[in-house]
Ligand binder design. Structure first.
Ligand code: FMN
Length: 436
């Protein structure tokens, strides 16, 4: 893997570090971007891999799995995995304005004759509605709230256009509804881990995710070539264009839960320019794979952490893989009062509105160990005291068991388990003995 030329923390620098640590698998045999690459990634789910030989796409490479584990983010941020939640919470609380540069690697090649046939956009599964971009971060500018960066899956439908999955009431959706002539949009692919992390967070409206990224690691921006936007300079590929008010059918496509999401009429994204580095690296994120789960779930932990710390002493949060890395969480607190458990439950649902079930444990329970969490439920939880059910709540559209109504927010019943030791109880009787 070649040494990174620019001092900008970019994907190449990160892949070099993984390679130096013996954690990157480089594949030189020819692998087709359609279907075959998904099989190869799925076989190595969670492992960083670089495909260096893509038939029909000379000079292109595809990376996958480089942000599939907490350790990958810890390496990118230069901290221990156990410190990630705190680092993310600090970055959201204290965003920093990114530096602005005039030239950037992501604009070494500029194409205004748009031909997406030249980009290796994978088709992952025969049931998919088409080839998809799954790890592109979307940069837009809201007339009232400023820059917003998030993810939208993009189904390719032509040489210069995609249909985008735009979940209602989030940043891109609200800005697009205020832009009758279309919303200028830039999609960046081949993005360093700290910028992916920030783009997947949902800070308050008006907080610029690139400023959150800058608080995690240097994130200089450069002016896009054809869209009135500044974009992260250290990315591999940029698709500049407009999110129009023309519609077509998007999907089907797998969702985070691993179930196939149905089709919807969604807006068309028309591309006006493509810019990229020489020998660009495309990022293929396997739908419902570990990388998808980690990138969806982990960025929600800091907002839960901050919300619980307003009502109790929160020491840790984990969005758990068993809950599709979206619907379940374990929250660890230092218990200091009889109501701490219930208040932490209610705060966790405020910190992540899509959360469905949450378990509260104390600091002697390892929140990275599902068996330890279950042990706390078995030995410290009583349903007639610690079970809190909240019927008829707004739900994630990802939960097939929720009550779904077209055009309306789904509805669900939420549940919290307070698995902390009952207040005033003799705590010695609850301590787990050990032989060390
Ligand atoms: C890998 C990944 C894929 C995502 N795909 C979509 C999508 O297709 N459409 C969507 O609206 N949100 C999608 N999201 C969620 C949003 O991008 C995410 O919630 C974001 O934080 C919303 O930010 P905002 O509240 O600032 O708009 C995805 C998130 C990740 C991590």
């Amino acid at each position: 893997m070649e040494k990174a030329a620019f001092a900008i923390p970019d994907l190449r620098a990160f892949l070099s570090a993984l390679d130096a640590a013996g954690e990157l698998t480089c594949i030189t045999e020819p692998v087709a971007p359609h279907f075959e690459i998904a099989r190869e990634i799925s076989r190595r789910d969670g492992q960083p891999v670089l495909f260096e030989n893509l038939p029909g796409y000379p000079g292109w490479r595809i990376a996958s799995g480089y942000v599939a584990q907490r350790e990958h983010y810890a390496r990118a941020l230069g901290c221990a995995p156990g410190d990630l939640v705190r680092r993310m919470a600090e970055a959201i609380a204290h965003p920093q304005p990114p530096a602005e540069v005039e030239a950037a690697p992501c604009q070494e090649v500029v194409e205004t004759e748009v031909d997406l046939d030249r980009v290796p956009i994978p088709r992952y599964h025969p049931l998919d509605g088409g080839p998809y971009i799954t790890a592109g971060i979307t940069v837009i500018h809201d007339p009232d709230y400023g820059r917003n960066v998030s993810f939208h899956r993009l189904m390719r439908i032509g040489r210069d256009r995609f249909v985008a999955r735009i979940v209602e009431q989030r940043g891109t959706d609200t800005a697009w509804r205020k832009s009758p002539a279309g919303l200028p949009m830039a999609v960046c692919i081949g993005v360093p881990p700290h910028v992916l992390l920030a783009a997947a967070m949902s800070p308050e409206k008006g907080v610029d995710e690139l400023a959150v990224a800058q608080a995690l690691a240097p994130t200089p921006t450069v002016r896009a070539k054809t869209a009135p936007l500044r974009i992260p300079a250290g990315v591999e590929l940029v698709l500049e264009g407009v999110l129009t008010h023309e519609f077509t059918t998007e999907g089907p496509f797998p969702d985070l839960t691993g179930t196939m999401d149905g089709t919807r009429e969604q807006p068309i994204f028309r591309v006006t320019a493509i810019t990229h580095r020489r020998e660009p690296i495309f990022h293929a994120l396997l739908p419902a794979g570990l990388e998808h789960k980690q990138l969806m779930g982990m960025p929600r932990e800091p907002t839960i952490f901050a919300a619980v710390n307003e009502v109790a002493a929160c020491t840790g949060v984990r969005i758990t893989p068993g809950g599709c890395s979206w619907l379940h969480a374990v929250v660890q607190i230092e218990k200091r009062g009889p109501e701490d458990g219930r208040q932490a439950i209610e705060a966790a649902f405020r910190g992540h509105p899509s959360l469905k079930h949450v378990v509260i444990v104390e600091t002697d329970v390892d929140i990275d160990d599902p068996a330890a969490v279950e042990w706390a439920i078995a030995t410290r939880f009583q349903a007639d005291r610690g079970l809190h059910v909240f019927p008829d709540q707004p739900s994630s559209s990802l939960d097939p068991s929720a009550r779904q109504a077209p055009g309306a927010k789904a509805r669900t019943a939420k549940m919290g388990l307070d698995a902390t030791i009952s207040w005033g109880a003799e705590r010695e009787g609850y301590r787990r003995m050990g032989y060390e």
